[in-house]
Design a protein around this ligand. Structure first.
Ligand code: FAD
Length: 316
């Protein structure tokens, strides 16, 4: 079922989760244990991240060797597994970065055959590797371009214009939103204007970047409403459970961590960090649910322990 249908039918707030594929050569069993853990909460859907190829340099006896490697393949296989084994809808993330539009079209066809009805259209970040584009191939620069491609396929328009009677796909399309603004955007109004364009071009709902202060989410939703956005805006939450994350999260995701939470972590012994992080998330979730958010989405990646603790504290 589509994410927007889940949202429309839900009689209580939905809780969804996001996982990350194992590293290339890694074992799927630990991810399956994570999915076993979260499947108990009967999530309407699980999102699976996608990862572009990057350049890695190995230094050996003074010689530097360049390798191009996609560290975490497997998004499609994990989606199929989640739908078939767990009977939970899978939402693959699909990137502009690292994929041609032709590869994206093929991927969307695979999804359709696997009866995967949901996709999250994401640009991806520039990394050390810029894939050369062969003649006759093309790329999507922004998530907006990717949404347009997906929406075109939903209208039966494929890249090959000579293709007649092509079967229209029927994907439910999600996109990313940034309560604290995307780091490249000159200001929040600019960023929201492009978010609106993604929705006007065919996207159906928004999932936010993680935030640790609910006020930024509520202010963002108000600004989106004022700019004419009516689509559901699903809050994305991460449970921070180490002091390392207090600097890593702002560095990688460009979001603030409230001082009250940061100081509580810094002042506590390491054995208390998990509990402090879970309690902070609990306060966030309770306030969000009290304010009737459509759903709460957890970035759990490959660790279900904090979220399992949280769900217990929340009475699930
Ligand atoms: P876009 O919507 O394209 O926006 C990127 C920037 O460009 C913004 O500043 C926007 O204001 C601006 N902009 C947009 N359109 C235009 C335009 N036409 N002209 C000029 N400026 C424009 N990364 C991964 O690698 N894999 C994942 O699976 C993944 N999943 C994610 C899931 C969520 C919910 C979120 C919030 C992020 C995720 N990311 C993932 C990270 C994401 O790739 C980065 O945040 C990326 O920098 C932006 O992606 P986007 O889809 O928001 O980009």
């Amino acid at each position: 079922m589509k994410v927007i249908e889940h949202l429309a039918r839900a009689t209580e707030p939905m809780i969804s989760f996001e996982v990350i594929p194992p590293k290339r050569g890694g074992d799927i069993s630990s991810l399956l244990e994570v999915i076993d853990d979260i499947a108990k909460y009967k999530p309407p859907y699980i999102e699976i991240t996608s990862h572009a190829a990057e350049v890695v340099y190995d230094e050996n006896s003074g010689k530097i060797k360049k390798r191009i490697i996609r560290k975490r393949p497997g998004t499609l296989g994990i989606c199929a597994l989640i739908q078939k084994k767990y009977n939970i809808d899978a939402v693959p993330h699909i990137l502009c970065q690292g994929f041609t539009r032709e590869e994206t079209e093929d991927f969307l066809i695979e999804l359709q055959y696997l009866e995967i009805e949901n996709v999250l259209a994401i640009r991806g970040d520039e990394n050390s590797y810029k894939k050369p584009v062969d003649p006759g191939r093309s790329i999507n620069l922004y998530a907006l371009d990717l949404v347009k491609q997906m929406n075109d396929m939903n209208q039966g328009k494929y890249l090959d214009e000579a293709l007649l009677d092509a079967k229209a796909t029927d994907f439910c399309i999600g996109v990313a939103g940034y309560p604290e603004k995307h780091f490249e955007a000159p200001n929040i109004d600019f960023d929201i204007a492009y978010l609106k364009k993604k929705l006007d071009t065919g996207a159906h709902y928004v999932v936010t970047q993680m935030f640790f202060d609910n006020k930024v989410y509520f202010d963002f939703v108000d600004k989106c409403l004022a700019s004419g956005i009516e689509a559901p805006i699903i809050p994305g939450l991460k449970i921070a459970t180490t002091t390392k994350q207090l600097t890593n999260i702002p560095r990688h995701f460009h979001v603030d961590i409230p001082n009250e939470f940061a100081m509580e972590m810094i002042d506590a012994k390491p054995e208390h960090h998990l509990e402090i992080g879970v309690n902070w998330a609990k306060k966030q979730v309770e306030e969000l649910l009290n304010k009737n958010v459509p759903a709460v989405h957890f970035y759990i990646m490959q660790n279900s322990k904090p979220v399992t603790m949280l769900m217990k504290k929340l009475g699930y």
